[in-house]
Design a protein around this ligand. Structure first.
Ligand code: SF4
Length: 495
């Protein structure tokens, strides 16, 4: 058996996922933009973490792993004390150690770098297989560690990598896992020895934990024929009940037996779905609409995050606003549009906050969808810029949430799948906008917007300008969608 450490952790999640990766990779979904962005962030964080153990040497990547192993061996013999991507093979198990430190007495320490903000259980398996390989190759291991991002760090004038990273010694947890590794490896080998027969492993919670499996489309849709409207996603049923229903052979909402124990909200959801009716509480929606004052400022922010903060005062993974769109709706229905999009490669938070205060007076009503996000962004800006604080906090004070009628279930249609996310609400209320988003060129959703802006500094000028236009169009559509959703609510109560 040949196994890399990523295949090992994949097999820890699901043996079928290992088998598919080896023998039927065509059924696996390719990584999407978000996954690629996470991967890219991981690389940059990994490179930076090497500076925690400076003056080391990085083993150049080669498809010929024997070369990497030989280089590692040579450098250990040469008494290089810090080796990045140190590569080893024991009995077909290939591992690359992010950072290997070797002390004068020959003892080694393993450092696995992660761009997350804590130590997840799966990381322990990741490190444990490295420990297993090195120990079996005869190394004396001093410690095994996970290096992750410290999300309490606030960047000063300069980046302080000792503060940015947290090193957690996981040696004792790793040692506890060692005794079980031979059993696991022999189990994986049994599955891999049978090339012809895919493992008979059913779907379940493990398909999403610790990672969303890239075989979900195949196992769930192709093999198990789970539809888009199933017990798994129609509403927040909880995985225990989902598995209970699934183990009884029930997948479709319509097949849930009447005596199956559900909360009042879940029962209402099932009934709503079964009867395919739309529920509208005109009275409550009417009250919501009456409380709105005009001109009404429909606001939406786009934000991005930096694992490694580039600007002073930023924490790792803090939501950094770079764009907003504002549709101002007057009482007679006329609309005015304002927008802001930062230049890339600079800290434009002050400029954005300043423009926001210019565009939104202190005493007007602002509408956001899921306002806790917009209010969180504004509150952070207020804390950063004291001269704008009063104005920004007044904007926050005057903000109302368009999500309320949907969150409180005053407006429910079967196609909303019990969700009040704009992703479901918009196609249910304003179906033509689904098409409008699909027709956008380059940026069609929030993650694409985030990735586009985060990568903009690396784009050549032509592509950058195209992407800026795409971002402006996308964000403008978001606030126009809010105007349309509100318009639909108004129409409903007048019927
Ligand atoms: S989708 Fe689920 S059952 Fe299928 S390979 Fe992935 S984890 Fe295993």
């Amino acid at each position: 058996m040949t196994l890399s450490k990523s295949l090992y952790t994949r097999a820890i999640q699901c043996k079928k996922a290992l088998w598919l990766k080896k023998y039927n990779p065509n059924v696996l979904a390719p990584p999407d933009e978000t996954a690629l962005a996470v991967f890219e962030t991981g690389n940059r964080v990994g490179d930076l973490a090497c500076q925690l153990f400076p003056h080391g040497k990085e083993v150049p990547y080669s498809k010929n792993y024997d070369e990497m192993i030989a280089t590692t061996r040579q450098w250990i013999d040469d008494e290089i004390s810090n080796i990045y991507e140190a590569t080893f093979n024991f009995s077909g198990i290939l591992v690359m150690v992010d950072i290997l430190t070797i002390s004068e007495d020959g003892e080694v320490s393993i450092y696995e770098v992660k761009s997350s903000t804590d130590v997840k259980e799966i990381y322990l398996h990741d490190v444990s297989i490295q420990y297993f390989v090195l120990q079996n190759l005869g190394f004396k291991i001093k410690s095994a560690n996970v290096v992750h991002i410290n999300n309490n760090y606030i960047r000063g004038d300069k980046l302080d990598i000792d503060e940015l990273f947290t090193i957690v010694d996981v040696t004792s947890e790793i040692e506890d896992l060692q005794s079980n590794i031979p059993t696991l490896l022999s189990e994986f080998e049994t599955y891999l020895n049978d090339r012809e027969n895919e493992p008979k492993i059913d779907i379940g919670k493990h398909c999403n934990t610790p990672y969303e499996c890239d075989a979900k489309e195949y196992c769930w849709k192709v093999q198990r024929q789970i539809s888009d409207y199933s017990i798994f996603n129609i509403f927040n049923l909880g995985s225990k009940k989902q598995i209970e229903l699934y183990s009884r052979g029930i997948v479709n909402i319509g097949d849930i037996p009447p005596d199956f124990e559900l909360t009042a909200l879940q029962s209402q959801a099932v009934e709503n779905y079964k009867s395919q009716t739309t529920f509208i509480d005109k009275e409550r929606i009417g009250e919501f609409i009456e409380n709105l004052t005009y001109p009404l400022y429909h606001l939406d922010f786009e934000t991005y995050q930096q694992a490694i903060p580039e600007y002073k005062g930023i924490k790792p993974f803090e939501q950094i606003p770079f764009q907003y769109s504002l549709h101002i709706e007057y009482a007679d229905g006329t609309l005015e549009h304002k927008e802001y999009l930062s230049q890339d490669g600079i800290d434009s938070r002050y400029e954005l906050a300043h423009r926001l205060c210019e565009d939104i007076p202190k005493d007007v009503m602002v509408l956001a969808y899921n306002m806790s996000f917009e209010k969180g962004v504004i509150k952070r800006l207020a804390s950063l810029f004291p001269e704008l604080e009063e104005h920004l906090l007044a904007i926050n004070e005057n903000t109302q949430d368009l999500m309320i009628p949907f969150q409180k279930k005053w407006y429910v249609t079967p196609t909303m799948q019990r969700s009040y996310s704009i992703k479901y609400v918009l196609p249910a209320l304003v179906p033509e906008f689904e098409k409008a988003y699909k027709e956008l060129d380059g940026v069609q959703n929030g993650s694409q917007a985030m990735n586009a802006f985060a990568n903009m500094s690396d784009m050549e000028e032509g592509k950058k300008q195209k992407m800026r236009k795409a971002l402006l169009k996308y964000c403008k559509l978001d606030t126009l969608a809010m105007v349309k959703v509100l318009g639909r609510l108004k129409e409903e109560i007048q019927r």
